[in-house]
Design a protein around this ligand. Structure first.
Ligand SMILES: [Zn+2]
Length: 324
């Protein structure tokens, strides 16, 4: 599979001990960095997954995207059973077949992925099967004008440990939880402090602010939000709620972007929210695009037919102008 485009490549630079793995993605000169964001998708093409994939291919070509971000819950219901699980083909390789989608898929794990063999989903063996696949627990992607900080949010949710119900989670590599979380938070904080990128965006599976079915994730509000606010993060991007959603926190100004409409949607499952903050809530399937330049991030949400549901332009110039 040819996935490298002239002038655009990714590489893993070896991290120092205690630092998050870093990847570099060089933007096309003088152009915006264009990205599609998808979450909550792997259902072997059912629940409109294939239709969403088809529209992603069209939008991906129009925007000449650089890469795809997956916000997790990549393989339903219970992650992958192993590196040879046919679901990897049935839900990923054989679904996102459009030429424009043959780019790296930078992916985090969701709670459903943790119900399977986590090491399998993280394994480089999957990259041999399809070189697009790149999933780690937590990592940094440097796109020059923008830096994405991918955070493993499932271990933050205490309920999965104390009341897992009928589910079994694969916590290998996560325990003891307190140590895992404190080291992760420290690494994310120091990476954000050191970042010189114009735009800083954090990607995780779980919601922080959401009017959807799951609502807010209090564990993340307590532990992660202070770090996002202290470091002037521009956006937090997530899945988990099966909807498309845009909330601007009125206190911090952080944009909370939910792209969790990759397959099964939860129609009419919405809680009341301050309409000054809630710019979009769409309870059907779809995905999001971002066109990122030094001065602007243009966000578009699309439904399963490829129709534009919502657009928003975040500007940096306004902040700069305020200082002049
Ligand atoms: Zn989830």
């Amino acid at each position: 599979m040819v996935m490298l485009v002239a002038g655009v490549f990714c590489l893993l630079t070896s991290p120092s001990i205690g630092e998050l793995p870093r990847f570099e993605h060089h933007a096309k000169p003088e152009e915006s960095l264009n990205v599609l964001v998808l979450g909550d998708w792997g259902r072997k093409g059912t629940h409109n997954q294939s239709f969403v994939a088809h529209q992603m291919g069209i939008v991906g070509e129009k925007l000449n995207i650089d890469f795809v971000i997956s916000t997790g819950d990549n393989f339903y219901e219970d992650g992958l059973k192993g590196v040879d699980d046919p679901a990897f083909y049935e839900s990923f390789v054989d679904i996102y077949t459009a030429p424009s989608l043959q780019k790296t898929w930078y992916s985090v794990l969701g709670n459903h992925d943790y119900r399977g063999d986590v090491e399998a989903q993280l394994s480089p063996v999957l990259r041999q099967k399809d070189s697009r696949w790149l999933c780690l627990r937590s990592f940094i992607l440097n796109g020059e004008i923008v830096e994405f900080f991918f955070v493993d949010t499932t271990p933050f949710v205490e309920e999965y440990f104390t009341d897992p119900k009928e589910h079994t989670y694969d916590w290998d590599g996560v325990l003891p939880r307190a140590t895992y979380l404190s080291e992760l938070l420290k690494d994310v904080d120091s990476a954000l402090v050191e970042s010189k990128a114009k735009w800083k965006m954090v990607v995780g599976h779980h919601t922080i602010n959401s009017a959807g079915h799951h609502g807010n994730t209090e564990d993340l509000k307590q532990l992660l939000v202070p770090i996002l606010e202290a470091n002037n993060v521009d956006a937090y991007i997530n899945g988990h709620d099966h909807c498309l959603q845009h909330i601007i926190d009125k206190n911090s100004g952080i944009h909370f972007l939910t792209s969790g409409g990759g397959s099964k949607a939860w129609s009419s499952d919405v809680k009341p929210w301050n309409l000054e903050e809630l710019k979009l809530y769409y309870d059907g399937q779809g995905f999001m695009s971002m066109q990122i330049t030094k001065s602007n991030v243009d966000i578009v949400f699309y439904d399963v037919y490829g129709n534009t549901l919502h657009t928003w332009s975040i500007s940096k110039d306004r902040n700069v102008a305020a200082w002049i």
